[in-house]
Ligand binder design. Sequence first.
Ligand code: MBD
Ligand code: FE
Length: 252
Amino acid sequence: MANPRLQEVTTALVKSVAQVLHDHRVTEEEFYPAVGFLADLAQKGELGLLTDALGLTRVVDDNTHQAEQQGGTASNVLGPYYREGAPFIDTGESITPDGEPGEALVVSGQVTGVDGIPVPGAVVDVWQCNASGEYEHQVSGKADYYLRRRLHSDADGRYSFRTIKPVPYEIPKWGPVGSLLAQLDWHAFRPAHLHFKVSREGWKTLVTQMYFQDDEWLHDDRVNAAKDDLAVPVTKGDGQLETTFDIRLLQG
Ligand code: MBD
Ligand code: FE
């Protein structure tokens, strides 16, 4: 059975690619290795990383969610490293193991609707890289769900957790995507960020990221995902850094 939407998008895609191949006189010596590159990429599980690194996922995020236009917190791309089922902590607890290297940071905020009414019992699912820019699967010898935790917003919709400040992050360099970026001489940096997935029955699930206002890569993100609206200031508290990240959900 014909699929009109697939026909529409595929026709446009093929037309664009054919135009590029024609205009740039791409030869067999160039085209076959490029197809081989895509096969290698798929085999090594980096297709999602490529679409992120080319800024394509960001376009699809924009097409899918426009929460900020309705007063909600802006969405942001999920990224390749989400894992379901992270352990729960109580509010105020740490999402890191004891003695985790890095600058201590407390992240607090309130989950509300666009009109400010608190959303209690929301699940706040958080994941990040460590102070060396590594996610869980890039390090060995760490406990399962390293730097991944969930917590519930309290009766006032508030949540708070301790962590270490993530650092600007380079997407993996040793695989096919890294090899492509090196040959293009494109940097691999993302601004420092924490990933959030916030869900509550009766509300639209929000996938987003929190950034830091003073980050040197905020406006030069390899993935082109960072948004000023999602960048928070950090203040120096008593022996730790502190920041506030409020989350406004849309009803749904
Ligand atoms: C990441 O850590 C990330 O958040 C995204 C969007 C893409 C690649 C690596
Ligand atoms: Fe990330």
